[in-house]
Design a protein. Structure first.
Lengths: 234, 264
């Protein structure tokens, strides 16, 4: 009966995605994304005039920050079902999820802090904003390893009837390449690699959205075919 | 498919047929990660060996604005996901031991908390200063302090990891890892606690760049870490193929109950 529980957890993902999309659309910092070339005074002025929008979304994201964790947890369960010699990829996947989610929460806190007392010294507001962008855009290392672990588990799966189609693994490898440019946002203040740029911002968020949709579909399929197959998440 | 029932043929098979391929890939990512980690912190950014907590403001400001800190930050943000893989290499060995899963879960949680507070956050403190050189010296010195204190002074999460690891080795009856490594680990993490005074001392042996808190603790830690991974290498190598989760997958699709986890 372990497929029913997994299906319930999986179906928490669409409302979570809807809430994230809402947060994205309402967030003043993203429409359009703040430029890294703004001076501390301009950043402080921005937060002073957008207190409600920033705080509202920061509060919403504080509530929903971990709401994609069930999807990742089901992924971990399915990775543990693939037949390889040990749960090493499952463990690495779970740790990566914990670390990556924490980074997202820290970004949310920093933006919330900037709007909580907008009359702070502009230097500090600007620092909080930079720190939020760092934590939001740059730390792609964990999701890259996460997706590589998933892909490896599919490639190494020795079952006659594999749990995931191989193209899902290829897709995960492709996301790794598409997410990697975001790390370079630390080096640039303008252009596609800057934290508001086409590669670091738009491509990263689009890739992530498509990735969640594809994984949702692949996991539904895997859980459906699991049947009474026993599962041990070690 | 797996067509190698004969264990004698072990050496002759190509790497692709290796039954422990997942473990070996994870294991060999460890030296790669630690090499990058060393490069980032030492020759690239010169964050390590640590600068003095009592250095003058102009020196701190000068250091915090160096462009290399940004390059180091980029490499670390790309690579820090490999730290979880290196910890997973410990976890799979603890799983083979005759101890409660609580030990590996403790380690796992320690690894999750430690990665941000002990690695990503301090690195970002240094990167943020260099990202916007216009920050006032007061902000830069705060980032400097925060970066070093979080990097050298974060102890609790790692402490619980090594404690769980050491205890698991000592309590294990399957002799997965040698008992002396258990005692060595306990001794190592107790000695590491010596770094606690970095939050108080601004100079001398207990400052964050001190003889005891940094040099002595780091020497112990690096040599211990090296020995641990040698032992883990041997443990992976010596694990009998019949014990692997993918032993005869057609009979045990979920790879369960194959005798390697009698304790649990």
């Amino acid at each position: 009966m372990n497929d029913r529980g997994q299906r319930i957890l999986l179906w928490t993902a669409p409302p979570a995605v809807a809430l994230f999309a809402l947060a994205y659309l309402l967030f003043p910092v993203f429409s359009p994304p703040l430029s890294p070339t703004l001076t501390p005074d301009q950043v402080a002025a921005f937060f002073r005039s957008n207190v409600t929008g920033v705080l509202g979304v920061a509060i919403l994201c504080n509530l929903i920050a971990c709401s994609l964790v069930p999807l990742f947890a089901v992924t971990a369960v399915q990775i543990s079902r693939t037949a390889s010699s040990s749960p090493v990829l499952t463990y690495a996947y779970i740790i990566c999820v914990g670390v990556g989610t924490t980074a997202f929460i820290l970004a949310d806190y920093c933006w919330g802090m900037a709007a909580f007392r907008p009359d702070r010294d502009p230097q500090l507001t600007s620092l909080l904003n930079d720190m939020a962008w760092f934590f939001f855009i740059a730390p792609v290392g964990t999701i890259m390893v996460q997706n590589l672990c998933f892909a490896l588990s599919v490639y190494l799966d020795e079952r006659r009837d594999p749990i995931f189609p191989r193209w899902v693994a290829h897709f995960n490898v492709a996301t790794v390449a598409l997410l990697a440019p975001s790390a370079f946002s630390i080096l640039y203040k303008s252009g596609p690699l800057a934290f508001n740029g086409a590669l670091s911002f738009t491509l990263r968020l689009t890739t992530f959205a498509v990735y969640i949709a594809v994984m949702f579909w692949a996991l539904l399929r895997a859980v459906k075919h699991q049947g009474h197959d026993r599962v041990a998440l070690a | 498919m797996a067509t190698a029932p004969n264990p004698e043929a072990g050496q002759a098979r190509s790497w692709r047929q290796n039954r422990k391929l997942d473990q070996w890939i994870a294991f060999w990512s460890v030296p790669f990660f630690f090499t990058l980690f060393g490069l980032v912190f030492v020759p690239l950014s010169w964050m390590m060996p640590p600068r003095s907590p009592s250095s003058t403001t102009p020196l701190i400001v000068d250091f915090m604005r160096s462009h290399n800190l940004l390059v180091a930050c980029v490499i670390l943000t790309l690579a820090f996901g490999l730290a979880p893989v290196s910890y997973s290499c410990y976890l799979i060995q603890i799983r083979r031991m005759s101890v409660s899963p609580a030990f590996r879960y403790s380690m796992m949680i320690g690894a999750i908390t430690g990665a941000i507070v002990g690695m990503l956050f301090p690195m970002f403190c240094f990167g943020l200063g260099a990202f916007r050189p216009g920050y006032s010296p007061a902000v830069l010195t705060m980032l400097y302090d925060f970066g070093y204190l979080a990097f050298i002074g974060s102890l609790g999460c790692f402490c619980v990891m090594w404690m769980a690891f050491g205890l698991a080795i000592l309590l294990d009856q399957n002799n997965i890892l040698p008992k002396w490594l258990g005692y060595y680990t306990v001794w190592q993490y107790v000695t590491e606690l010596m770094a606690a005074p970095v939050w108080i001392a601004k100079s001398g042996p207990f400052a964050w760049n001190g003889l005891l808190t940094f040099w002595f603790a780091m020497t112990l830690y690096v040599s211990w870490q090296f020995i641990v991974y040698l032992c883990i290498y041997r443990a992976i190598k010596n694990q009998p193929e019949a014990e692997l989760d993918n032993a005869r997958p057609e009979l045990q699709p979920a790879a369960l109950d194959n005798g390697s986890r009698m304790g649990a």
